[in-house]
Design a protein around this ligand. Structure first.
Ligand code: NI
Length: 249
């Protein structure tokens, strides 16, 4: 079930049986010579959509521009500064909380989002902490899961790509997007075959160190079929992980 394809009475009905929602969150940033700019948003979105279709869990709209200042040296990247992202997440969460959602599971596709997501959680929790003792407002519970860290998923990615998985523009994430959008597959020769690795600072530093945008990866191995294997495993793991989150105290 997807929020943006539902009517308000359908959401009101959903809230009578559940107060939990999954919100995919990603980024719009370069993903090397053959990866889609939307990779980090598409991956959690496609996995969450299938999980929602299978289980009836409500999937929110994808928060699809994140914290990607270090990718701005490459055309097409769009970023929020961390403070803007925290403020936007606060407003998304506050809107959902107003309707009665009490458990919000943020399903993330971008490593650069982890710090601002955790800061947004602290901002939201602060509002409850500052309330007077004895307030009867029901507490909200927030959760962050990176899709590649769902139980079993990282192991599967490493099994499919024992060499050249890398850490940015990975063979796995490009495969997932090719499965989602097979018409967008791009055949590009990688030079060098496997990209270098290292740490990054700002946009100019990134472009200097990693001129084609990849870090440690050979995404020319990506195929829609490999992406399908990853999505099928990840959607099942996501349903289990969300249900555990809903049952936890
Ligand atoms: Ni990525």
């Amino acid at each position: 079930m997807q929020l943006h394809q539902s009517s308000w009475p359908e959401i009101e009905g959903y809230l009578k049986r559940s107060n939990g929602i999954i919100v995919p969150i990603g980024s719009t940033e370069q993903h090397g010579p053959n990866g889609l700019l939307g990779t980090d948003a598409i991956c959690p979105e496609v996995i969450a959509k299938q999980a929602g279709d299978d289980s009836g869990i409500l999937i929110g709209p994808t928060f699809n521009v994140g914290s990607a200042q270090h990718h701005l040296g490459f055309s097409g990247t769009i970023t929020l500064r961390p403070s803007t992202m925290i403020a936007a997440m606060y407003d998304w969460a506050s809107s959902l909380i107003r309707h009665g959602f009490e458990r919000i599971y943020w399903f993330n596709g971008h490593g650069g989002n982890i710090a601002p997501i955790n800061s947004a959680f602290a901002e939201i929790y602060s509002e409850y902490s500052f309330q007077r003792a004895g307030s009867n407002r029901r507490p909200v519970k927030l959760f962050l899961r990176n899709w590649w860290e769902l139980p079993g998923v990282g192991d599967l990615c490493r099994e499919i790509f024992p060499v050249g998985e890398g850490s940015h523009a990975t063979a796995s994430e490009v495969s997932v997007t090719y499965y989602a959008y097979p018409d967008a597959v791009k055949n590009v020769e990688m030079t060098p075959k496997i990209a270098p690795t290292g740490s990054i600072r700002d946009a100019d530093d990134y472009r200097r160190q990693f001129p084609d945008g990849r870090i440690g990866s050979d995404p020319s191995q990506a195929t829609p079929e490999k992406g399908e294997r990853i999505v099928k495993a990840a959607k099942k793991a996501l349903v289990r992980d969300f249900e555990a989150f809903m049952q936890a105290s």
